[in-house]
Design a protein around this ligand. Structure first.
Ligand code: GRF
Length: 229
């Protein structure tokens, strides 16, 4: 994609083309798509792809002029056949980065390796704590006082990989799993667009299996849970 030079003579860097993989509601996809509408955002949404044709997020994407693709995994005989088709769609779209956002299909090592350091995921816990399913109830059962969410690059083992960013929220004694999920989800919607911007702009890079953030600022106060009296 070419961009014309600005008045100052320097062209803004081209936006990274991002495809978002979903399986359902798609609220993180909406957060990413809305962030990407800002002129200065370093990524643009190439497409939203769901392995479940009935995913509500697909309708939202189509209604908002975003290329929405249903790729039903049940139509493929094998996991690798599904992934081969997904890969070719992603390549045809000019995808440079993938954001998994509630994408509930396990990916094989072949696919993960092809998109190494180009595929992000969001998980609703402070990894490496509570990987996998049912994270909020497990956090409550463990009695932790702080929970949160993590954006990370994907590796073969589920919910592992270099961490781009995390957001923490308090856990209250009265919380149900649904209460905690809602508090974490609100944080997810801020964290994921910010983390994608760091990667798409090149301000954060993977080095030796850790994400290094350039020009880091430390202005955030500590989160105390419970609040200090
Ligand atoms: C989010 O909690 C995300 O962290 C997890 O699945 C959920 C997807 O929600 N991976 P949504 O589809 O983005 O609303």
């Amino acid at each position: 994609m070419t961009q014309s030079p600005t008045a100052g003579g320097t062209a803004p860097p081209p936006k990274k083309r991002v495809s978002i993989l979903i399986s359902g509601r798609g609220s993180n996809m909406v957060a990413l798509a809305e962030a990407a509408r800002a002129p200065g955002y370093p990524a643009e949404i190439a497409a939203v792809i769901s392995n479940r044709p009935e995913a509500a997020g697909l309708n939202w994407a189509a209604d908002h002029g975003i290329c929405a693709i249903a790729l039903d995994h049940k139509q493929f005989a094998t996991r690798t056949a599904f992934e081969a088709r997904l890969h070719s769609i992603l390549m045809n779209l000019g995808t440079e980065l993938i954001c998994c956002a509630g994408f509930m299909r396990m990916l094989t090592g072949g696919f993960i390796d092809r998109w190494r350091d180009k595929q992000l995921n969001i998980h609703p816990s402070l990894l490496p704590a509570f990987p996998g399913l049912d994270t909020h109830q497990r956090a409550i059962d463990a009695g932790v006082k702080v929970a949160g969410c993590t954006v990370h690059f994907m590796r073969l083992e589920m919910d592992t990989g270099p961490i781009v960013g995390q957001a923490a929220v308090p856990v209250l004694s009265s919380d149900t799993a649904e209460d905690l999920a809602a508090r974490v989800l609100a944080a997810e919607h801020h964290l994921y667009p910010a983390a994608l911007a760091l990667i798409a702009s090149g301000k954060a890079v993977v080095e030796a299996e850790k994400v290094v953030i350039r020009e880091e600022v430390n202005l955030a106060p500590a989160l105390y849970s419970p609040m200090l009296g």
